[in-house]
Design a protein around this ligand. Structure first.
Ligand code: SF4
Length: 406
């Protein structure tokens, strides 16, 4: 990595040229503006006027900020505003690059050779190019519904589309599509198209995520073929392995040997939307599968060397289910024998109008939990968790689905 310091228009600047991204910081009167780009010249993040922005590969942009003494806030920008932020950033980068080449900006060391084509790509990524890029994205992908927070920088490959259940009352991520498994040929074409689309930007990606919601329900023999397609096309090891969701448990049950075959092909962690350890609550949520099946599946994965990420839904079932939810969720997680390689995510229930959950909760006269109640619920579950000293403690983290960006 090369970090070049300098000055432009009496403003300190820093240019960081890494193997996988270009980051430029330009000091201002109050704060520095900071921009980062992938190696294809796509904006990745920006920090402008004390607001941080994150651009997804689909061109959508989320803005986050915090006012003094207040909670962090966020909003998704309309397309025109997102393009305007990209353009503002691009103009600053262009101005800086012109100043460097005309020696109006001073640098403590010359730019490394690979920086010039990178600046050129960023400057060429104008409004039209950005619109074309997101158009190409939508030709390759069905909208990516959701990813675990540690997978936002993955290369998503849609081996399947949709969710094979699509019936949980609190989830509408995949209501716009029928579940289907891609044929080997179609998947190969998709992987090639993703590789082409990301281009040099591939280097910024940290893992491979096999979408959509439930790709691991695909029968093992067929799944192995799909894993082999990934292995033929991408460097799985260099990209940090393959990750996927397994949500609900039905159809063919995978054994430790099945997971061992997938592990050999790079399967590194499986994320399980367990939601709760309470079967009574799972039934209320119309979630397929029961807790013991989730525990068995986790044990099979862990015995094969595959790590897990367990997702728990805070606030589900309101106060009426809370005690059961706390006790049974802790019991299930303890039975999974998680260790240092694993993650437990706590995600708050988010209900939008028209969701079946809202109607069911109303009909059952449930009392909803506040944000504070849910935090308390998380603390109560965590207090009951026990992990073996030898294996270490899994990472425990929050999961806010409103911040999902791919
Ligand atoms: S199984 Fe998962 S993805 Fe499918 S409907 Fe339920 S919560 Fe949504």
């Amino acid at each position: 990595m090369a970090v070049i310091l300098g000055e432009w228009d009496q403003r300190p600047i820093a240019i960081s040229v890494k193997r996988n991204c270009l980051t430029i910081s330009i000091d201002g009167p109050v704060d520095a503006d900071v921009f980062s780009y992938d190696m294809a010249g796509r904006m990745w993040t920006a920090y402008l006027d004390q607001i941080s922005y994150r651009r997804g590969l689909d061109g959508k942009m989320i803005a986050k900020w915090r006012l003094e003494g207040q909670q962090r806030d966020r909003r998704w920008l309309p397309q025109a505003e997102a393009l305007e932020i990209e353009e503002q950033a691009r103009q600053q980068i262009r101005g800086l690059f012109e100043a460097i080449t005309s020696e109006q900006a001073t640098l403590n060391t010359p730019l490394p050779q690979n920086a010039t084509p990178l600046f050129d790509r960023v400057i060429a990524f104008d409004r039209e190019r950005s619109i074309r890029d997101s158009g190409q994205y939508f030709e390759i992908y069905k909208p990516v519904g959701i990813l675990p927070p540690d997978q936002y920088m993955a290369v998503v490959l849609q081996a399947t589309e949709g969710c094979s259940f699509n019936a949980c009352t609190f989830c509408d991520f995949y209501r716009d599509r029928r579940f289907r498994i891609k044929s080997e040929a179609e998947f190969r074409e998709h992987v090639e198209a993703v590789k082409d689309f990301l281009g040099e930007g591939m280097s910024l990606r940290r893992t491979i995520f096999l979408g959509d919601a439930n790709s691991l329900v695909v029968p093992t023999k067929r799944l192995i073929t799909l894993f082999d397609v990934v292995g033929d096309t991408l460097d799985v090891e260099a990209l940090g392995g393959i990750y996927a969701f397994l949500d609900g448990f039905s159809g063919e049950k995978k054994t430790t040997d099945d997971y061992a075959e997938l592990y050999k092909r790079g399967l590194t962690r499986v994320y399980i939307g367990m939601e709760s350890g309470s079967d009574r609550l799972l039934e209320f949520l119309n979630k397929p599968g029961r807790t013991d099946q989730a525990v068995q599946a986790v044990r099979a994965m862990k015995s094969a060397g595959v790590a897990v990420g367990i997702i728990v839904l805070l606030g589900a079932g309101g106060h009426e289910y809370s005690k059961d939810h706390i006790n049974e969720t802790a019991r299930a997680i303890n039975a999974m024998k998680l260790d240092l390689d694993d993650i437990v995510y706590f995600s708050e229930l988010l209900i939008s109008e028209g969701m079946q959950y809202a109607q069911d909760a109303f009909a059952a006269n449930l009392h909803p939990m506040t944000h504070e109640d849910r935090l308390e619920q998380q603390r109560a579950i965590e207090k009951r968790l026990k992990f073996s000293r030898g294996g270490g403690t899994p990472h425990i983290s929050r999961y806010d689905i409103r911040e999902f960006v791919y």
